[in-house]
Design a protein around this ligand. Structure first.
Ligand code: MN
Length: 244
C-alpha cells in the first residue's frame, strides 16, 4: 500500500541527476527495475524529455518504473510534442526537440514506437491521496470544458505579453487558485522549490545547471540534487539567475 509519494520536477533528460536523486530518496535502480522504499511511489510532473543529454535513459527508467507500479507520471508539453513528432505530425520545431529526436534516432524503431505511445498516453492530471494532492505539469485551470482544462494542465497559457528580459509571460494561474488540494507542478523553472498558496513549483532547472528536486508527501520535505553541469540555456533561465 502506498503511504507516501516522492514528486519529482522536470527531468529533461538528466539521467545521472535523476538516479542520484532517487538514491537520496531511498530508491534503488537496477537498470530494469526501480525498487522503492516501503510504501513509497514516485510521481513525475512531466517534461521527461528534450534539452538534456540522456533522454532515452530517462524514459527507459520512467517506463520501467511506471510499468512496475513504482511510479506515476503526468504529461508535460515537451513529452506531448515529442510524441506528436514521433507520430509524424508536423510540430513547431525547436533545438530542444531536435536533441531528443537525434538521441532517439539510435533506438530501434519498435522501442521508439513504444516510447511514443508511452509519452503520448500519459495522463494530463493525477489526483492522489483522495484528491488532497494534485499533480499537473503546467498548471490548473477552472473550466467546464475538459479539453480546455487538459490543454492548460499540459501547456499552461501565455498572456501574449513579453517581459523586460524578452521572455514570453505565462498566465499566473497560481494567484487565482483557491482550491483545497495541494498542487505540485513544474514547467516554469525557478531557483528553488517555490511555495505559493497551496501550490509548489518543483521545476528547479536541472537541465540549465540548477537542481533536480523532489517533494516528499505527506512530509512536505524537499530533497534536491545539484546538476552536474548546465546542458542548455534559455532567456528565462539567464534572467532568473541574473536577478538572483
Ligand atoms: Mn520543462
Amino acid at each position: 500500500m502506498t503511504v507516501g509519494f516522492d514528486v519529482i520536477g522536470d527531468v529533461h533528460g538528466c539521467y545521472e541527476e535523476l538516479v542520484a536523486l532517487l538514491g537520496d530518496l531511498g530508491y534503488a535502480w537496477h537498470r530494469e527495475s526501480l525498487v522503492p522504499p516501503a510504501g513509497r511511489q514516485v510521481v513525475f510532473v512531466g517534461d521527461l524529455v528534450d534539452r538534456g543529454p540522456d533522454v532515452v535513459e530517462v524514459v527507459r527508467l520512467v517506463m520501467a518504473a511506471v510499468r512496475g507500479g513504482v511510479a506515476l507520471a503526468v504529461r508535460g508539453n515537451h513529452d506531448e510534442r515529442l510524441a506528436r513528432a514521433l507520430a509524424g505530425e508536423t510540430v513547431k520545431g525547436s533545438a530542444s526537440l531536435d536533441v531528443s529526436l537525434t538521441q532517439l534516432a539510435r533506438v530501434p524503431p519498435t522501442e521508439r514506437e513504444d516510447i511514443r505511445r508511452f509519452l503520448g498516453g500519459l495522463p494530463a492530471r493525477l489526483a492522489l491521496d483522495d484528491g488532497r494532492l494534485l499533480v499537473v505539469h503546467a498548471g490548473e485551470l477552472k473550466s467546464d470544458d475538459p479539453e480546455e482544462r487538459e490543454r492548460f494542465n499540459v501547456w499552461g497559457g501565455a498572456t501574449g505579453r513579453v517581459n523586460a528580459a524578452g521572455v514570453k509571460e505565462r498566465v499566473d494561474w497560481v494567484s487565482g487558485y483557491a482550491g483545497s488540494a495541494l498542487i505540485a507542478y513544474g514547467h516554469t523553472p525557478v531557483l528553488a522549490p517555490e511555495w505559493r498558496g497551496h501550490t509548489v513549483n518543483l521545476d528547479t532547472g536541472v537541465v540549465f545547471g540548477g537542481q533536480l528536486s523532489a517533494l516528499r508527501y505527506p512530509e512536505l520535505e524537499v530533497v534536491s540534487v545539484p546538476a552536474r553541469r548546465a546542458y542548455a540555456s534559455t532567456a528565462h533561465w539567464r534572467a532568473l539567475v541574473a536577478g538572483a
